[in-house]
Design a protein around this ligand. Sequence first.
Ligand SMILES: Cc1cc2nc3c(=O)[nH]c(=O)nc-3n(C[C@H](O)[C@H](O)[C@H](O)COP(=O)(O)OP(=O)(O)OC[C@H]3O[C@@H](n4cnc5c(N)ncnc54)[C@H](O)[C@@H]3O)c2cc1C
Ligand code: FES
Length: 267
Amino acid sequence: MKKLFQKKVPILHHLKLGPDYFRMGLAFPELAGIARPGQFVMVRLLHKYIPLLRRPFSVHNRLVEKNEVRGFELLYKMVGQATNAMSKLKAGDLLDVLGPLGNGFSCPDGIHNVFFVAGGIGVASLYYLARFLVGHSGIRSTVFLGGRTAADILCREEFESMGAKVRITTEDGSLGEKGVITSMLQEALNVDGKPDMIYACGPTGMMKAISNMAHTHDVSCQVSLETVMACGFGVCLGCAVETAGSPGAYFHACTDGPVFDSRAVVI
Ligand SMILES: Cc1cc2nc3c(=O)[nH]c(=O)nc-3n(C[C@H](O)[C@H](O)[C@H](O)COP(=O)(O)OP(=O)(O)OC[C@H]3O[C@@H](n4cnc5c(N)ncnc54)[C@H](O)[C@@H]3O)c2cc1C
Ligand code: FES
């Protein structure tokens, strides 16, 4: 049976990375010690009834000091009520955290060359995955980072310091190539050849486009879907994702996902 923790935990650090982006460290060693890349936590603000529901955030990084796990980090974008309230918290403040939830990415044997494709804040979970795959086992990787503008491109230096090749697009051309990341991926698949696996996280339209490309090029692909979630553990049934091949059958993104083999779902 999966282990699950829920606790009010203190914020270790909280850094503003750009106009809307924040990195937050949370002191939760029990959870951080078992959280796998692609898994997520549900976060609730204390002393606030609006928003009432918890919000899902990917585990972005494990914090280790002197060989001891101290906690984990979130990387988040301020988009609405909860993330706005979170952005005002400081080190020492408490957050109610539940997790780790979901299935996480998998890495089948025989993988030597992978593409990571992130749209904006989708990079949060892929960075943690890259630390496991590239940092620990030397798998060759190309990271595709796409955003509207330069401020949406996060973790570039961190990926480069792992030895990953980083390719960037922005829609306004303020960093990297002007355009969308799916076009750059398409070109890489045509010109550079196929990787053993594509790992992708980002907006739904982008996940759909990447799944289609992966099928066309016959490349294995895992997508992490940012479905709206109310409970995070299979109770509200609000995160249904249609299964491919069995019309009328549904997965639940919070328990069966959020990571799916792109061939298993209708996006
Ligand atoms: C498994 C999972 C992992 C996630 N990981 C991260 C992460 O690491 N970092 C991060 O910044 N965000 C992540 N998200 C998205 C995050 O949960 C939402 O941004 C957050 O719930 C917004 O809460 P809010 O109250 O600030 O905004 P709200 O007021 O609830 O919404 C503001 C706007 O954001 C949209 N929105 C809300 N939730 C989502 C969602 N899940 N997907 C797409 N649009 C949404 C709403 O439609 C609305 O337009 C993840 C979502 C899921 C399902
Ligand atoms: S979010 Fe409630 S069942 Fe998935």
